[in-house]
Design a binder for this molecule. Structure first.
Ligand SMILES: Nc1ncnc2c1ncn2[C@@H]1O[C@H](COP(=O)(O)OP(=O)(O)OP(=O)(O)O)[C@@H](O)[C@H]1O
Ligand SMILES: [Mg+2]
Length: 396
């Protein structure tokens, strides 16, 4: 065993958190302008498992002294968990996380004014639930969505004004932001409304993040010139670790893993330098024995179930047709029309499936060809087939 954090751990200690110095400096510099009343809005992108969430949490720790930093994970909202994504649900979640963080920092959270505001504006509150001994409102479906959004989105600036002696500004990190896709028809209007609130807030900076590939349509909706933020949103991309970084990382944190040169090359290839895969695979390797190319290959196939467990999770939730598309693409990248022909359907009827697979980062489109973007999923499927003679369509 090694001292590496497990590949799904979202709370790394400062000792566990490795690298990313330049990205941290860069983003901190941008966010520091919040203290001068020029709060920026940022979008943090990067593939699954690259380390966006642990990066945001590290950033929060580093800026917590001077700012009120609120980390909000949309996937933890009740409405998402219950499969009832709604703007009201998201606002309730933002409000809850915001108040919790402000209180834990000992800030004045304007409780009396808020109580009065709820009453005089006739907010439809179903009940109050206690979270960390703080009563939190649960809004009913009849709540006026517009009013609630007004209230929640304007609150950070108000809290800042009341607590200026204690904080330089407010930073709001929204993780798993891509889940707003599930707002369906409301997604676009939500983005536009969001922009209209946050662009005028001089002392409240936002960082949006989530599993979004650079090709993602949502990203262009947000960042492009004619997207909701009209080219004003600054994008920051996290890349997988470089080969040298992984080499230094492992020799520092897991010196008991001994690679030959080609063994390390193979390790890097298998993990593509994605930190989550690096950590999982390294933690499963035998220690104190020399590992060459062949040994790593064997280990990789042996441990693939553990390495790809989150992908297998995603795989089991795909529809039969989506799974079939992936299987067709195992052999080689294909054009949309080739895929449609395999099914004997029109290319138009494929859109939803292809979009869904792209949204989940399982396939990408490159020069008009669709291909699988997760080599680990690919390898797992091939091994399953070799072993069982059939692809794992259903129960695994
Ligand atoms: N800077 C780092 N130092 C050490 N390990 C890291 C680092 N960044 C990421 N990791 C490893 O990668 C794992 C995944 O990180 P994280 O959950 O932040 O990825 P993510 O980009 O948020 O993924 P997703 O898109 O699935 O939400 C962590 O649990 C950790 O094991
Ligand atoms: Mg994450």
């Amino acid at each position: 065993m090694t001292d590496l954090p497990w590949g799904t751990n979202q709370n790394l200690t400062d000792e566990e958190f490795y690298n990313r110095e330049s990205e941290l400096t860069n983003i901190k510099n941008l966010l520091q302008s919040t203290g001068q009343g020029h709060a920026p809005d940022l979008l943090l992108t990067g593939i699954r498992g690259v380390g966006k969430t642990v990066f945001l949490k590290k950033l929060k720790r580093e800026m917590d002294n001077e700012y009120l930093v609120v980390y909000i994970d949309f996937s933890k909202s009740k409405c998402y968990q219950k499969n009832q994504m709604s703007i009201i649900g998201l606002m309730e979640h933002i409000f809850k996380e915001f108040i919790k963080e402000s209180k834990s920092k000992g800030l004045n959270t304007l409780d009396k004014q808020i109580e009065k505001y709820f009453k005089s504006n006739d907010f439809k509150i179903k009940e109050f639930i206690q979270i960390d001994k703080i009563p939190m409102p649960v809004f009913s479906k009849e709540t006026n969505e517009e009013k609630l959004m007004d209230f929640v989105m304007d609150l950070p600036e108000k809290i800042y004004e009341k607590n200026q002696d204690k904080i330089k500004g407010v930073l709001i990190f929204i993780d798993e932001f891509q889940l707003i896709r599930e707002l369906n028809d409301y997604k676009d209007s939500f983005l536009w409304k969001l922009r209209s609130y946050i662009q005028n807030q001089r002392n409240v900076g936002y960082v949006f993040s989530g599993s979004m590939s650079m090709q993602n349509k949502l990203i262009s909706k947000i960042t492009s010139q004619n997207g909701a933020f009209g080219g004003r949103m600054i994008s920051i991309h996290l890349n997988p670790f470089e080969k040298e970084t992984v080499r230094n990382y492992l020799s520092e944190k897991a010196p008991y893993i001994i690679f030959s040169d080609d063994g390390f090359d193979r390790f890097y290839k298998c993990t593509s330098g994605t930190p989550s895969y690096v950590n999982i695979f390294a933690a499963l390797l035998p220690i104190n024995q020399r590992l060459d190319d062949n040994a790593i290959k064997i280990q990789f196939d042996k441990k693939i179930q553990a390495i790809s467990s989150h992908l297998i999770n995603i795989w089991t939730r795909l529809s039969f047709r989506e799974q079939t598309i992936i299987i067709i693409l195992l052999e080689k990248p294909l054009r949309r029309v080739d895929i449609a022909n395999e099914f004997g359907i029109s290319t138009g009827s494929l859109s939803n499936y292809l979009n869904n697979l792209q949204n989940q980062g399982l396939i990408i489109q490159n020069n008009g060809l669709y291909e699988i973007s997760e080599p680990i999923l690919k390898r797992w499927l091939e091994l399953e087939f070799n072993e069982k003679g059939i692809y794992p369509y259903r129960n695994i």
